[in-house]
Design a protein around this ligand. Structure first.
Ligand SMILES: CC(C)(COP(=O)(O)OP(=O)(O)OC[C@H]1O[C@@H](n2cnc3c(N)ncnc32)[C@H](O)[C@@H]1OP(=O)(O)O)[C@@H](O)C(=O)NCCC(=O)NCCS
Length: 237
């Protein structure tokens, strides 16, 4: 009894476990700001925004995320992570038959063009077209965005978000797909069962495309796989 109480107390004091849950409408702008900071220096964002000014890159990212999040909430999935009472990061995904997400409403698109400038917005449109051409045709969960506030990275938030999403897909025996523009993320995803599908370049940035097979019966959620995935069909790829 006493030991249990102590260990429960220790866990409570630890306060280091990220809490994963849905996002309220009021939290959309602050979460957009978190994701804007997370992706400030990602190679694809730098290639699209083409500015040496990190503050401008955050502004552009913020407007893109602000337009995306309500659509993803309504038609896909947004999992938000909280750590020590703060919004720490999020995972944005589409469901197997929910790709691609519809365009944001006109007002949100206008606000995004205004915030990013039309050149940046046009380059993002080109990026989405290029990646869409390589998107698998089969119904897969699609990890569109996973980002953690830089001040809270390395504390298990990204792993917790990914694990929660994959556990849901595993329950439905559904595979997953993602692209990443950071070489160091590849090993992180491999540890959750993703395997390399191919590499491409968009606006000069290297993009790694990864796929995770549907859960086999009895496979634990998020378990590491030993074997490579079977081949899949790609649009244009
Ligand atoms: C990638 C990202 C989401 C990971 O989230 P995080 O909360 O920092 O990561 P975690 O603390 O959960 O650790 C996840 C794994 O990455 C490793 N890791 C974390 N920070 C690392 C770092 N700075 N360098 C190397 N590895 C690191 C951890 O060892 C861990 O490995 P494990 O799962 O085998 O234990 C986060 O770093 C991020 O937002 N990066 C910028 C945006 C981005 O590239 N997103 C992914 C787009 S596909």
């Amino acid at each position: 009894m006493g030991g249990d109480a102590v260990s429960r107390g220790d866990r409570a004091c630890d306060a280091a476990e990220p809490r994963i849950g849905p996002l309220s409408a009021a939290e959309v702008p602050p979460l957009a700001a978190v994701l804007a900071r997370a992706f400030r220096d990602n190679p694809l964002n730098v290639a699209v925004i083409q500015s040496d000014d990190p503050v401008f890159r955050i502004r552009c990212n913020f407007h893109g995320m602000w337009a995306l999040l309500p659509v993803a909430q309504a038609r896909g999935q947004v999992l938000a992570a909280r750590l020590e009472g703060r919004l720490a990061g999020a995972l944005v995904a589409t469901n197997p038959y929910g790709y691609p997400l519809p365009a944001p409403p006109l007002l949100a698109r206008f606000r995004c063009f205004w915030g990013q400038g039309w050149r940046v917005a046009r380059r993002w449109a080109r990026v989405f077209e290029s990646l869409d051409a390589l998107h698998p045709l089969e119904p897969l969960g699609y990890l569109g965005t996973l980002g953690v506030d830089p001040s809270l990275q390395g504390r298990g938030v990204g792993r917790a978000l990914l694990g929660r999403w994959l556990a849901g897909l595993d329950r439905e025996a559904t595979g997953a797909y993602l692209e990443t523009d950071r070489c160091e993320n590849v090993a992180f995803y491999e540890r959750s069962g993703f395997r390399m599908l191919g590499e491409t370049q968009v606006l000069g940035a290297r993009i790694w495309r990864m796929r995770r097979p549907a859960a086999l019966e009895g496979r634990a959620a998020g378990a590491v796989l030993e074997s490579a995935p079977s081949s899949s069909t790609h649009r244009g790829g």
